[in-house]
Design a binder for this molecule. Sequence first.
Ligand code: COA
Length: 376
Amino acid sequence: MTSPLSGVHVTGWGSYAPSLVLTNADLERMVETNDEWVVSRTGIRERRIAGPNETTASMASVAGLRAIATAGLEPDDIDLIIVGTLTPDYPMPSTAALVKQAIGNKRAAAMDVAAACSGFVYGYATAHAYVASGMAKNVLVIGAETLSRYTDFTDRGTCILFGDGAGAAVLSASDEPGGTMGIEMTTEPSGAYYIWLPAGGSARPTTNATLASGEHYMKMKGAETFKMAVRTLGSTSLASVRRAGLELSDLDLVVPHQANVRIIEALAKSLHFPMEKVFVNVSRYGNTSAASVPLALSEAVASGRVKQGDRLLLVAFGAGLTSGAITLQWTADPAAMARAAGIGPADVTIQPGYLEPTNPFPAALEWLRAESGAAS
Ligand code: COA
């Protein structure tokens, strides 16, 4: 079947998760909660926390280098770098600009995409458009987040959910059959304030008062978000699959945004889609926002869940409320990720700014770092 979209393939993929683990038992020591409640309401058992020397750009760069190596490319083969993130290193410059330098690319354009948890899928769609139009041959798309630095560890409604990490993919032009088949993107601003970070922007610049009231932390209306997420994920998924000229039954694997296993199960139920064909790793990472889909995709490929010729659906939703879904036929050899073996944090250096260095690690978690004896 000829799809309306063609000629753009995922040729590389990779991810990075920091080593420090924050378990539900650890959270029990900080807020009024318990492992049973968190697992039964969310499916989350633990999440990763970036160390003091790690930032969104540093984690993004490791995932990006791994994706480039898997694609069999050099950093300078990349024409455009897109980073989806809601936790950039700075409001400016873009995190993508820092990534460009850290991976040693001399020629790419670089920009961030602000679509919250849909950031990677929106970035993928943007990359697809650049490659399909001939404006770029190889695009590096990254989703990366350091949510622990925007999390109120006294708010049990949010601190149980989020974690840090990064995932990446390289999209390349190719005349081979397969590749991207259907793209759907939506934004529903009636839910714009269901998940938001009030202070630090032009509407509510940071002041002593915003700091004192904790407005620099993520706020969320959990139940409202849950309902809208299930509805939107379902409609976006269906639209993307139909644009590809397929039915849901043609899919081999769905890789959804990993926010909450109950949202994923409700999505599958609403679509009458079997959970056996849905990839879930939320128990180990929590919600890593824009990093979640590419992190899950990389793990799905690494664990043998994706074969050449498989039809995949990547689907996400996030603050905005944004949602996006990509239907694609996987063409890359899963074994290619062996090329990225050995790439790690030591391979990237983020050029520091000229102000006095600071320790960005959340003060509320210093006890965990001390107990785990983490060096980073
Ligand atoms: N531990 C124990 N109890 C908790 C708790 C926690 N961490 N968080 C909330 N509770 C309590 C509430 O205070 C409430 O108690 P009450 O009835 O005495 O007031 C009770 O548990 C139920 O709270 P509620 O908020 O209705 O729970 P829920 O079933 O909706 O689950 C979420 C809460 C946050 C897990 C759920 O709403 C959710 O996952 N929403 C989507 C969030 C999301 O995915 N956001 C990111 C989108 S990209």
